[in-house]
Design a protein around this ligand. Structure first.
Ligand SMILES: [Zn+2]
Ligand SMILES: [Zn+2]
Length: 354
């Protein structure tokens, strides 16, 4: 801070991540500077750092974060230093048709903190005041740092327009996002939430969160399990939350007549659909829904982000058990490498300034 420098994990090229000192970003009019409390590691960060790269180098990754305002630029009257806040990491253009209708994640000329611009694997981030929401009292920065993925999970469930009350929701993939979707399904009133994964620790974590219908798909066939649990009818809603060919097929094969399949996981490979399955999806008039990112509103109160923060404040959404690692920036490279090679079990990994 003294010399105008801060710690950060700087990505210089694919796989070339360095703990370094970089200039502290300065605020312009209408912006705030946030000292990072915690920044979660997203699956997409691992892909960016180790295989896909970012739009330009060097870049600081990290888009799931919460922190405390330390400086407000000119024209920022809504916030004050000391406010705990979360930051919507997508900076929209404000000029395109999508922006005009408030669908910021569909903006066709956006910037993004943590991929196109510098993000929060650092001590400080600067963001426009329009992207800031105050964290409610009683919500910790560890929880608030999970607002972004929890909003993504909520958005996926909200893509299904029919009420979930009394319904069966089957989730294929029990990573952090899958477990968040499961919590939303329960909050919204699903009678039965079925969770599938092949990693026993993930299934144990799901049980700790109070989910009883948890199955290892390496041992039990998810399609059979879903049919058994639903009197042979299939699930009303199937959520694909792993992005691997098997889980796409499970989700599409396990959905009932008139049901919905939501595609949420980041696809990692091509998928081949048997003609018989396509025919079944047609006959069953299944809705296949894409979901992308989350809805954010500058002044609304029921967008995905505010709904998440309210659910955290009321205690209905419990994200603490998901945190398996809290790591200082200086050890960030090690933990990201661990996640890449999966040498330890992890769910949500949080990185914080030293
Ligand atoms: Zn993410
Ligand atoms: Zn736009």
């Amino acid at each position: 801070m003294d010399n105008g420098l801060m710690d950060a994990l700087v990505l210089h090229g694919v796989g070339d991540l360095r703990f370094a000192q970089v200039p502290i970003p300065t605020v312009s009019e209408g912006q705030v500077r946030v000292r990072i409390g915690f920044c979660g590691v997203c699956g997409s960060d691992i892909l960016r750092i180790f295989s896909k790269g970012t739009y330009s180098f060097p870049t600081v990754c990290g888009h799931e974060f919460a922190g405390t305002i330390v400086e407000c630029g000119k024209g920022v009257d809504e916030f004050r230093p000391g406010d705990n806040v979360v930051v919507f990491p997508l900076i929209w253009c404000g000029k395109c048709a999508a922006c005009e209708s408030g669908k910021y994640v569909q903006c066709n000329d956006y910037d993004y903190l943590g991929s196109r611009s510098d993000g929060a694997f650092a001590e400080y981030v600067v963001a426009p005041k329009e992207n800031i929401i105050r964290v409610p009292d009683g919500v910790t920065l560890e929880e608030a740092a999970q607002t972004e993925p929890a909003a993504v999970a909520l958005h996926a469930i909200r893509r299904v327009k029919e009420s979930l009350v009394g319904k069966t929701v089957a989730i294929f993939g029990a990573g952090p996002i899958g477990l968040m979707v499961a919590q939303w399904a329960r909050i919204i009133g699903a009678a039965q939430v079925l969770l599938f994964d092949i990693v026993p620790e993930k299934l144990k974590l799901a049980q700790r969160l109070g989910f009883e219908c948890v199955f290892n798909s390496a041992i039990e066939d998810p399609v059979e399990v879903t049919n058994t649990q639903t009197d042979g009818n299939g699930a009303h809603v199937c959520i694909e939350a792993a992005g691997v060919p098997e889980t796409y097929l499970y989700a599409l094969e396990s959905v009932r007549r008139g049901g919905s399949v939501v595609l949420l996981g980041n696809p990692v490979a091509d998928v081949t659909l048997p003609a018989s399955l396509i025919s079944q999806l047609m006959r069953r008039e299944v809705s296949i829904l894409g979901t992308w990112n989350s809805d954010y509103s500058v002044s609304g109160n029921d967008d995905d982000w505010r709904t998440v923060l309210q659910a955290m404040a009321s205690g209905t959404l419990d994200l603490f058990p998901l945190i398996t690692h809290k790591v200082p920036l200086v050890d960030g490279t090690d933990v990201l490498n661990m996640m890449k090679v999966k040498s330890e079990f992890y769910a949500k990994v949080l990185i914080h300034p030293s």
